[in-house]
Design a protein around this ligand. Structure first.
Ligand code: ATP
Length: 298
């Protein structure tokens, strides 16, 4: 289990992380979210042992972070950091050795992963000769070479086509099923929603929203209704609790204050020619934007 307890980090006088606590259990894919400058990278760097917390503790399976612990952590950084003059094999030998892997294990695991990701043919090519997407695959393979207990993924899908996003996604889910803890960070909420059950949203270094995504969505009272048909937009917008109506390509999106308002909207349109009426949970993106907006106002 990864345990972050009351962690604070100052850079000089500036507090970048403020009394942050969260737990990631084995097998969990955990979303660490926040706007630019919220403190995500600082938190990752503390988990990796690259920065010392000013206050608080970080432990992995009960042990404070040191080299014996970081050997079991994989980190895919947002800014890509491949040794581009090396071949794929040389880069992985270098990284695997740093992580304490035997040469035999490195080769076995590398061949397996290169094959799985369809890039075996590049094994002896210099990294700088590969396309951006293939470099991204090599970076991912490098991060998971040692089958880490904890894998930190910062914007892992940037620059990938939908086919390769799927490939990465499957591997991440498989790793979590084998018991790895995964911390996933992305500004693309639709990606976060795809596989994170638990999230924490940080603003100015401290948590403003955390918990299971299903609970967060339940508690967030606002809902969306998708309606297809000829609507009296004026009449609906006057119903108490209707926040807005937006005409989409071939349907309307009606935002409401809470679930009960959907009955009123339904009553108002039930005698018209309607082919679709669906009440939906808000997207994580909507909740994120609204939560961040509230925090800016404070
Ligand atoms: P982004 O999404 O833009 O990558 P982030 O959430 O990863 O942002 P951090 O990089 O952790 O944010 O930065 C948090 C805050 O700490 C920012 O205000 C940043 O300017 C500041 N900061 C980061 N590194 C340093 C440093 N070495 N010295 C001083 N301030 C720093």
């Amino acid at each position: 289990m990864l345990k972050i307890e009351n962690v604070t980090k100052y850079y000089g006088d500036f507090k970048a992380v403020d009394n942050l606590s969260f737990v990631v259990e084995p097998g969990e894919i955990f979303g660490l979210l926040g706007v630019n400058g919220a403190g995500k990278t600082t938190t990752f760097r503390m988990i990796m042992g690259l920065l010392e917390p000013t206050e608080g503790t970080i432990t992995l399976d009960g042990k404070p972070i040191d080299y014996s612990v970081t050997d079991h952590i994989g980190f895919l950084t947002e800014e890509r950091s491949l040794l581009t003059k090396l071949t794929v094999l040389e880069q992985c030998e270098f990284y695997g050795t740093l992580k304490g892997m035997s040469n035999e294990k490195i080769h076995e695991r590398l061949n397996y992963l290169l094959e799985k990701f369809g890039v075996l043919e590049y094994k002896n090519k210099k990294i700088k000769e590969l396309s951006k997407g293939n470099q991204q695959k090599i970076q991912f393979i490098t991060a998971i070479l040692n089958e880490p207990k904890l894998l930190i993924l910062d914007e892992p899908f940037s620059g990938l086509d939908p086919f390769n996003v799927e490939l990465f996604k499957n591997e991440i889910v498989e790793m979590s099923k084998r018991g790895s803890m995964i911390i996933f960070s992305s500004h693309r909420m639709e990606h976060v929603e795809l596989f994170c059950k638990k999230i924490v949203v940080i603003m100015r270094g401290s948590s403003v929203l955390e918990g299971y995504l299903t609970d967060i969505k339940d508690k967030y009272r606002k809902k969306n209704i998708l309606i297809k048909g000829n609507l009296d937009v004026d009449a609906i917008s006057k119903i108490k609790g209707v926040i807005s109506i937006e005409a989409l390509a071939d349907e309307y999106l009606v935002k409401i204050e809470h679930n009960n308002v959907s009955n009123e909207v339904f009553k108002a349109i039930k005698n018209t020619n309607i082919t679709k009426f669906v009440v939906e949970e808000p997207s994580l993106n909507e909740i994120f934007v609204s939560k961040v907006g509230e925090s800016y106002e404070k």
